[in-house]
Design a binder for this molecule. Structure first.
Ligand code: ZN
Length: 188
């Protein structure tokens, strides 16, 4: 099988993480996160994918896809690898992911993981299932993790060699550092 360069997986993982963070999770950076509905859900989904053609049903299907991805990343972050592999295999099957060379207009042939008949959500489902499976199973240098800070459900990509990233960003890292400092000062 022809493989895509890692760059495609990395780009797709970034979009997957953006979808998970935009459409799912109950907390962000220590604060409750209101659930999105209706117009807001459509707007955020459209912004995240940079696609103005998204309707409410599509946005709801994208959120469902993001929830399934979150479940996989959560089981990976608990090191429940058998469970994560089972969830990923089911997602690969449901998404009908299959390699297919396609060409759009004058572009050169390139590899997709969905058939030409797939709609937008099916395309993302197949591509993301393959890329998350590649990150997990083939140890491409990208790990998707769950923020370790309290009351934050954000996920992140760790592309560092040492794979020591624990937080979604500086906001949460500093929040945890400040809490540890306060705890030391108060002698507890
Ligand atoms: Zn965080």
């Amino acid at each position: 099988m022809v493989d895509e360069p890692d760059g495609h997986h990395a780009m797709r993982l970034e979009t997957g993480v953006a979808l998970i963070n935009a459409l799912t999770g109950d907390h962000v950076h220590g604060r409750p996160k209101p659930a999105l509905g209706g117009h807001d859900l459509v707007r955020v989904a459209a912004e995240t994918l940079g696609n103005g053609q998204i309707d409410l049903l599509t946005a709801e299907r994208l959120r469902n896809l993001a929830s399934r991805l979150r479940e996989i990343i959560e089981s990976l972050s608990r090191r429940e690898h058998d469970e994560a592999a089972g969830l990923l295999n089911r997602m690969l099957e449901d998404s009908k992911a299959r390699p297919s060379l396609q060409r759009h207009g004058e572009q050169s042939w390139h590899l997709h993981f969905h058939g030409p008949e797939a709609d937008l959500v099916q395309q993302w489902a197949a591509g993301l299932a393959v890329s998350v499976a590649a990150a997990f199973g083939e140890h491409i240098p990208h790990r998707v993790g769950l923020c370790a800070a309290p009351r934050c459900d954000q996920v992140y990509i760790d592309a560092s060699q040492a794979q020591i990233k624990r937080f979604c960003g500086l906001a949460c890292q500093n929040r945890v550092k400040a809490a540890a400092y306060r705890a030391r000062r108060s002698g507890s």
